[in-house]
Design a protein around this ligand. Structure first.
Ligand code: 5GP
Length: 177
């Protein structure tokens, strides 16, 4: 375990097992359809990479980069740093996110994409912190609900570090105090 991790919240095995279940669910729900996974950079990359291996559909990927977070506190601001490479008219969009906290990021991203004429938009998130929610946003697929603590690993960073950990851990307070 990394020395800055207080506790492993979700192990690599638990992550892999749950991601296979989510991929199966998506494959069933969109049977016969083509989908586009829209990964929100950079946190969603390990999740998307694992998920896509188990999806049994015609599947495209594209990425968007929005910023909403500084340090460990949400600013509520959302800026598009990188937009999608292709138009999404008439496509089934699945926004792939690492974690939903206040809900502000996904609410804005969902609105932006819904206004571009897709066939459908749904959201999949690996983690959900329901206690952090400040705005309502529909999240159709959730990997794990977790308590209101700052987590790192499997794509999630603190100051751009720890994304490479293969598990979800709770960061020691002394690292950011
Ligand atoms: P929201 O707009 O829902 O408040 O925030 C979503 C974004 O905040 C996530 O994409 C993620 O970048 C960041 N975030 C929220 N909670 C955590 C957390 O516990 N750990 C990390 N590393 N990032 C978080």
């Amino acid at each position: 375990m990394h020395k800055h991790v207080k506790k492993v919240l979700i192990s690599e095995e638990q992550l892999n097992k749950r991601i296979i279940e989510l991929a199966k669910q998506l494959s069933d729900d969109y049977k016969g359809e083509r989908i586009t996974l829209v990964g929100l950079l950079s946190g969603s990359v390990p999740f998307l990479a694992e998920l896509i291996k188990h999806i049994n559909l015609d599947c495209e990927i594209d990425f968007m980069d929005v910023s909403s977070y500084r340090g460990t506190q949400s600013t509520g601001e959302v800026r598009i740093l990188k937009d999608l490479a292709r138009p999404i008219v008439d496509t089934n969009i699945i926004i792939v996110e690492d974690i939903v906290d206040t809900g502000k990021t996904l609410k804005v991203v969902r609105n932006i994409l819904e206004n571009r004429g897709p066939k459908s938009v749904k959201i999949i998130t690996l983690l959900d912190k329901p206690e952090g929610r400040l705005v309502e946003v529909e999240v159709e697929y959730i990997g794990f609900k977790i308590p209101n603590e700052f987590v790192i690993g499997f794509g999630l960073d603190y100051d751009e570090l720890y994304r490479n950990l293969p598990y979800i851990g709770i960061l020691r307070e002394e690292v950011y105090m």
